[in-house]
Design a protein around this ligand. Structure first.
Ligand code: ATP
Length: 241
């Protein structure tokens, strides 16, 4: 579970990039975080993951305060950032072992997870190659596998489907659903409205740092008395505010 209470962040001390937001992402749900460029999605995700400190408010991950107990809180989640261009000099397998070492995943368990995940994402044959030789989609996949290697209960993904081929995108969506159905939390940001429409149990729409809406798609549709696509609703909601 992720609990965000009265969280505010300003970069310049004048305007708030995130403005007093409240969100609870429950166990067992896939939660989509939607907003236009500059709306405040990445800033929010950076605060949830402890990369940035909020100015005000609290963020709890499975009940643990990310600001007060960062190490303990960081063990609760796996974070897939929007740019997968990291550790390029390492071979895929070296990166995965590095991640497994950080999270102290026992040897037998990591071997099994690496095999299962790399086969599922069809990247097993490339694990001996350096990440710098990988395509964008392959880099995305290796980062996802690295994040999942310690089997975190909370998944946080920033624009996770961009760059993935349709098959890998399908597999990741399937894994997100399985993870949520097993009673875990999946939180991801997206611009791809159709993805949110198909995948999410609930969504939040953020604009200029404020939450415009939080709830299920049915609630959204009822609320604005529209039965059209989420894209239309989304555009209307963001334009009318
Ligand atoms: N490091 C920074 N320094 C100053 N301002 C920033 C910084 N990062 C973001 N901002 C500003 O904070 C606001 C929210 O940006 P943020 O990156 O959180 O939005 P976003 O919804 O993730 O957008 P995108 O979809 O483009 O990634 C924007 O006005 C942005 O210009």
């Amino acid at each position: 579970m992720i609990e965000i209470s009265n969280v505010t962040k300003s970069y310049n001390g004048k305007t708030n990039a995130v403005d007093n937001i409240n969100l609870t992402i429950k166990d067992g749900e896939i939660f989509g975080f939607l907003g236009h460029n500059g709306a405040g999605k990445t800033t929010t995700i950076k605060m949830i993951t402890g990369i940035l400190n909020q100015d005000e408010g609290t963020i709890l991950l499975n009940g643990i305060d990310i600001k007060k107990e960062p190490l303990k809180a960081k063990k609760q989640f796996g974070f897939v950032p929007d740019s997968p261009d990291m550790f390029l000099k390492l071979k895929g397998i070296e990166y995965l072992n590095f991640m497994a070492n950080i999270y102290e995943v026992p040897k037998e368990i990591r071997k099994e997870r690496i095999e299962t995940l790399s086969n599922r994402f069809n990247i097993a044959d490339a694990l001996g190659d350096k990440i710098q030789t990988y395509s964008h989609g392959m880099r995305q996949k290796i980062v996802i596998i690295g994040v999942l290697i310690h089997d975190p209960s909370i998944w946080i993904l920033d624009e996770p489907l961009s760059g993935l081929d349709p098959k890998s995108s399908f597999i990741l969506k399937e894994m997100m659903r399985e993870h949520a159905n097993a009673g875990n939390t999946v939180f991801f940001s997206t611009h791809v409205l159709e993805v949110a429409e198909k995948l999410c149990d609930r969504i939040a729409i953020i604009k200029k740092g404020k939450i415009l809406f939080c709830g299920s798609l049915d609630e959204l549709k009822n609320k604005i008395k529209e039965n059209d696509s989420l894209e239309k609703i989304f555009l209307e909601m963001t334009e009318n505010e």
